[in-house]
Design a binder for this molecule. Structure first.
Ligand SMILES: *Cc1c(COP(=O)(O)O)cnc(C)c1O
Length: 424
């Protein structure tokens, strides 16, 4: 038995399923998870000492690769001042100013500890601001694991084939309305059926938790218009897309201004950080300024802020960093597509910038339903082959592949060779 198998046996005795988040289990590909010992640049090493090219990047945060020197240095400096005070600190102001500067739609922002918390709080603010209860989400979009949002929620739920979660009372989801991604008419119909009752529409501006699903031309604009006409708050969940597609996220990339935005992942540089923010009139509803209560003992933690600020500054101050990363993604995914096409493997490759995903289907994947046409058995074979070649991708069909600035041309060439080996 290898060391990862040994650790997994121990883990299963004391942690449900042996993992602290379901997406880490290799259950859907019938394997035991690798236990990771360290990471550097585009590589990670498991506890057997195997080296992998890492295309998960902690599910997005490691956009600069592992152990970016600026991020590591700022964290090192921060820990020597103490780990937490539960009081206001200068770094929180620096972070808030930085976010407001680089994302124009954000006038005020509140730091939290995860993407889940950011979304849950943004929804509460939208409800408090509008005085309405109902919310609209899209099938296949994941917005964290809070009760109201575990409805056709994508990500780990999709792999397990469960529409929702046990333990969520009906009362918690009765105000959650589900629409079809890329289908404006489905949203229009909900507004018509619930006049004056919908507080907000929340959307992943690029769907990245049912595999990668791009917004069709006009979809995000249409949502903007519908929300404005109906007095509903438009929330972009940019937990994945924020600071990834562009410095100002998908909203900058596609040129659509939401009312509220949620962040996570990249914003913490690898530390547990989330944030929600947007229009001043809406954010002014949040306590202690307003009546919407939201709090956090470790929110704005100084070490977490140090990591996040350092990462955002590298992203902001490095010339052409997004241009280069997105072009690298364009080249890589085009080549991947070509290999599969030439080998006549039925597939749909969806990609934008450094995010991409192969669906093993002959259908065009535009929403939750079409994503589910993918041949997951074929994906399992693909995953196992790639892992065996030292390529670490998400152990699920319904997740994204994340490129970082640390991936070298050599890494990508090696990865493409592994794909050639798979289709041969
Ligand atoms: C990961 C994710 C979340 C939840 O963030 P956590 O930090 O895991 O709680 C919310 N929304 C989207 C779009 C995500 O990808």
């Amino acid at each position: 038995m290898g060391r990862s198998e040994e650790l997994f046996e121990r883990a299963k005795q004391v942690i449900p399923g042996g993992v602290n988040s379901p997406v880490r289990a290799f259950g859907s590909v019938g394997m035991t998870p690798r236990f990771i010992e360290k990471g550097f640049g585009s590589y990670i090493w498991d506890s057997e000492g195997n080296k992998y090219i890492d295309f998960i990047g902690s599910w997005g945060p490691m956009i600069l690769g592992h152990q970016n020197p600026d991020v590591m240095e700022e964290v090192r400096k921060a820990i020597f001042d103490g780990l937490s005070f539960g009081a206001a600190t200068e770094r929180e102001v620096d972070m808030a100013e930085l976010i407001c500067e680089i994302v124009p739609s954000i006038e005020m922002v509140r730091m939290v500890n995860s993407g889940t918390e950011a979304v849950m709080s943004a929804i509460r603010a939208a409800r408090g601001f509008t005085g309405r209860d109902k919310i609209v989400k899209f099938a296949g979009c994941y917005h964290g694991h809070s009760d109201a949002l575990l409805v056709q929620a994508g990500s780990g739920l999709m792999t397990q084939g469960i529409p929702g979660s046990a333990g969520v009372p009906e009362g918690c989801t009765k105000d959650t309305l589900s629409a079809v991604y890329n289908d404006l008419d489905s949203v229009k119909a909900l507004f018509e059926a619930n006049p004056g009752e919908i507080a907000c529409v929340i959307v992943e501006p690029v769907g990245a938790n049912m595999g990668v699903v791009l917004p069709k031309e006009g979809f995000l604009e249409g949502l903007r218009k519908l929300c404005t006409e109906n007095g509903a708050v438009l929330i972009f969940d940019e937990v994945i897309t924020g600071f990834r597609l562009a410095l100002d996220g998908a909203q900058g990339f596609y040129g659509i201004t939401p009312d509220l935005t949620t962040f996570g992942k990249i914003i913490g540089g690898g530390m547990p950080v989330g944030a929600y923010g947007g229009r001043k009139d809406i954010m002014s509803c949040v306590a202690p300024l307003g009546p919407v209560y939201q709090a956090g003992t470790l929110s704005g933690n100084p070490v977490a802020m140090a990591a996040g600020i350092a990462q955002l500054k590298v992203l902001k101050d490095t010339p052409d960093i997004y241009k280069n990363l997105n072009e690298k993604g364009d080249r890589f995914f085009a080549e991947l597509d070509k290999i599969l096409t030439e080998a006549e493997v039925p597939h749909c490759l969806n990609h934008v910038g450094s995010l991409g995903c192969i669906f093993f289907t002959d259908k065009e994947v535009v929403d939750y339903e079409s994503a589910q046409t993918s041949d997951t058995a074929r994906f399992t074979e693909y995953f196992r082959h790639m892992l065996g070649q030292g390529i670490y991708i998400a152990p699920s069909q319904f997740e994204a592949m994340f490129l970082s600035t640390a991936h070298t041309e050599e890494d990508l060439a090696k990865t493409l060779d592994a794909v050639r080996g798979f289709v041969r």
